[in-house]
Write a protein that binds this ligand. Structure first.
Ligand code: FDA
Length: 305
């Protein structure tokens, strides 16, 4: 049943018409639980509150289905606005972005020019940028672009998804770049030809890549809400005397808020992924797919309207 629900929400997440309509109606159906707001001002207020509580942030201006240059330009401008505000207000925050939002599906020239603008602004403001990983179809291209920018900038990282068979090989190929990586289980619907279909296999592969990246001495962001993986990481760093400044935990805004605070209090670096913007629909559907129990929030949200 869980799998049916997961597939259903992932199917909805890819619907262009629903994505476009949702934009017009503001945060609905309980989406405000996972999305910090529609404006940068709202996102900044959330980040300040997190920082006050000892949590770091990474902020993401949401955008799905960017299919023309004007929209990509809008995404870049919003991203730059976020970088400038982080610099100006000295927020303890990084930036996360998706290459499709920066025009990756339009042309190589467009995405490279847009990323260059962003990376220059981020360097000027000492802001770290993480390139989120999207679906399998875009993985190869994303890694190629990451490598190109990593050769020029220190303040850039990307994401490896444990559910992909290629994860370990990708990490080996990235090793010479000494990359700062966010390691996740993976959020998209992928075919069994390219990804582990069963959760225990994903979890095993996740542990493998965490071990590998930490032992290679690279900065590791373990981005999960899964206590078993968090405990595994804590134990592993202790046994291998890996210092606290070589890794961090990351969670999504609105998910396991108490656990985020606990980890920070225990002395671990805890970073919260803070999405904002009007294009919240696809992100929200992927969160529902991860945990159909969250559907109750949707129902409550609908009843309130
Ligand atoms: P899993 O889904 O196995 O959940 C473990 C436990 O955590 C659950 O039993 C539940 O208790 C709790 N939990 C999980 N999800 C919840 C939810 N939605 N609501 C409430 N509780 C929940 N993916 C990707 O493909 N590309 C990317 O770039 C990123 N980036 C990213 C950044 C950050 C900071 C995080 C935390 C995650 C991502 N992800 C991602 C998403 C990731 O791939 C994965 O889909 C989710 O983190 C859910 O998997 P978990 O590791 O949390 O474990």
């Amino acid at each position: 049943m869980e799998n049916v629900m997961r597939n259903f929400f992932l199917f909805l997440s890819r619907n262009k018409i629903l994505t476009r309509s949702a934009k017009k109606y503001g945060l609905r159906f309980g989406a405000a639980r996972f999305v910090a707001g529609e404006t940068i001002e709202q996102a900044v207020a959330v980040i300040k509150d997190l920082n006050r509580k000892g949590l770091k942030a990474t902020v993401d201006y949401l955008g799905e289905f960017v299919d023309n240059e004007r929209e990509a330009d809008k995404m870049v401008n919003n991203c730059i606005k976020a970088i400038e505000v982080i610099g100006r207000e000295k927020l303890d925050s990084q930036v996360s972005l998706k290459l499709t939002s920066m025009g990756m599906d339009l042309s190589n020239d467009i995405v490279m020019a847009n990323m260059k603008r962003i990376m220059e602004k981020a360097k000027e403001n000492h802001v770290f940028v993480t390139i989120d990983m999207e679906d399998y179809e875009r993985c190869e291209k994303t890694l190629r672009i990451f490598k190109q920018f990593r050769s020029e900038y220190d303040n850039i990282g990307t994401v490896i998804q444990a559910y992909l068979f290629r994860a370990i090989q990708d990490m080996k190929d990235l090793d010479e770049y000494a990359p700062s990586l966010r390691l996740v289980k993976g959020a998209y619907k992928e075919s069994p030809q390219v990804a582990f279909p069963n959760k225990p296999d994903v979890d095993e592969n996740y542990k493998k890549i965490i071990r590998m990246h930490l032992l290679h001495g690279h900065y590791t962001a373990v981005a999960t809400h899964d206590d078993a993986i968090i405990e595994f990481t804590k134990q592993f760093v202790k046994e291998n005397e890996i210092p606290n400044d070589q890794f961090e935990f990351q969670m999504l805004y609105g998910i396991r808020t108490e656990r985020q605070l606990e980890l920070a209090k225990e002395g671990y670096t805890m970073r919260v992924y803070v999405p904002y913007g009007t294009d919240w629909y696809g992100y929200f559907m992927r969160r529902l797919a991860e945990r159909p129990a969250n559907v109750s929030f949707v129902l409550k949200g609908m009843l309130k309207k």
